[in-house]
Design a protein around this ligand. Structure first.
Ligand SMILES: *[C@@H]1O[C@H](CO)[C@@H](O)[C@H](O)[C@H]1NC(C)=O
Ligand SMILES: *[C@@H]1O[C@H](CO)[C@@H](O)[C@H](O)[C@H]1NC(C)=O
Ligand SMILES: *[C@@H]1O[C@H](CO)[C@@H](O)[C@H](O)[C@H]1NC(C)=O
Length: 321
């Protein structure tokens, strides 16, 4: 692993010591893992539309490649994002109609309009008409988000140079509407196309008019069967160095039910409590962390707001009944 030195004091000192597990705290190891994971996704050029929304699962692609924390932290959207409360989203079980969407970028900003979003909690996408006005297309895309459980963000864009859109899909439209279960940052507008989908020597595909809308009017996730909600959502978590720490696992969504199943199936019924939270790097969601404990905890144990450059959001504790 290679880390950006400037912004990453703890990780560097851990690595410099040779990272003996015995003298490295569980919190430090969490920070290292969060900093080196990359779970950003979006619809691939070859993905079929109207698929079942992705379900929460254990994140498998924790990459150990070079990262640049400084880039993550200097992202530009903080002013737009900071006005909303992190605790209120990335939740499941959304039943209410979500009508209030905030424009993160409207598709005309040259800094972002030429790239589609790649972010955590990607759900699914569909093709919408490219012969309507922007306003009608936006309404169709947001109505699609309203109709999909867990959706809080929609990315609407045109993808030019994709044979599936041009010739195969029945919509005959190059306008995609991709849905996510969490609020992204503008630094995650990273997919510029660049694939020669019509074959070698063909022009590469590219993105136009990329716009992102998100809502924070969502309700919280259901309490998993067999558990009681103990605290949350909070911007603090139980320290992994607290007594009774068993294990941490990264999830692809902030999903208490998946964390509960890991607790229930943990060796010899030793897991009696879990804390599931969103790990942020700067203003960008890095991953979702499920932490199991063999000792019961209360809200007063949830005192950890950050570990160096990683901060905690949407933290919920559940006690096994
Ligand atoms: C994460 O992966 C995406 C998609 O492969 C890539 O565009 C992005 O640059 C990566 N981010 C980091 C911080 O490595
Ligand atoms: C990352 O992991 C998720 C969940 O296992 C999977 O759906 C996705 O395809 C993976 N992405 C990459 C780029 O490997
Ligand atoms: C709409 O998308 C189709 C399929 O990619 C394309 O052939 C057509 O030129 C597009 N029309 C407009 C108005 O952009």
């Amino acid at each position: 692993m290679k880390f950006s030195i400037a912004a990453f004091g703890i990780a560097i000192s851990v690595l410099a010591c040779g990272a003996h597990a015995a003298d490295t705290s569980a919190n430090d190891l969490l920070l290292l893992a969060v900093a080196s994971t990359n779970q950003t996704m979006g619809p691939s050029a070859w993905e079929w539309p109207n698929q079942e929304p992705a379900k929460a699962e254990i994140a498998s692609n924790t990459s150990a490649s070079t990262i640049d924390i400084a880039t993550v932290q200097s992202e530009v959207s903080s002013s737009k994002r900071s006005s909303i409360s992190r605790q209120t989203y990335n939740l499941g079980n959304i039943v209410a109609k979500r009508t209030d969407y905030t424009v993160l970028t409207d598709g005309s900003d040259p800094l972002y309009s030429n790239a589609a979003l790649q972010a955590t909690s990607y759900l699914t996408y569909k093709v919408i008409s490219n012969t309507t006005t922007y306003a009608v297309a936006k309404a169709a895309c947001l109505a699609y988000c309203d109709s999909v459980k867990k959706c809080v963000t929609a990315n609407m864009y045109n993808e030019i140079g994709n044979p599936l859109l041009d010739h195969v899909f029945s919509e005959k439209s190059n306008r995609k509407c991709a849905l996510y279960g969490d609020v992204p940052s503008l630094s995650q507008m990273t997919n510029k196309g660049g694939q020669q989908l019509y074959g070698n020597n063909s022009p590469a595909n590219y993105i136009e008019n990329s716009a992102v809308f998100f809502t924070s009017t969502v309700s919280g996730p259901a309490t998993p069967a067999g558990y009681s909600a103990t605290f949350g959502p909070l911007t603090t978590a139980v320290s992994l160095d607290a007594p009774g720490y068993l294990k941490k696992t990264f999830l692809t969504q902030n999903d208490p039910a998946t964390c509960a199943s890991l607790c229930t199936s943990y060796t010899s019924n030793t897991c009696v409590f879990f804390d599931v939270f969103t790990a942020m790097m700067g203003d960008t969601v890095a991953t979702y962390v499920c932490v199991l404990y063999s000792a019961k905890k209360t809200a007063s144990d949830a005192t950890m707001a950050s570990i160096s450059s990683m901060s905690v959001a949407a933290s919920r504790g559940y006690t096994r009944n």
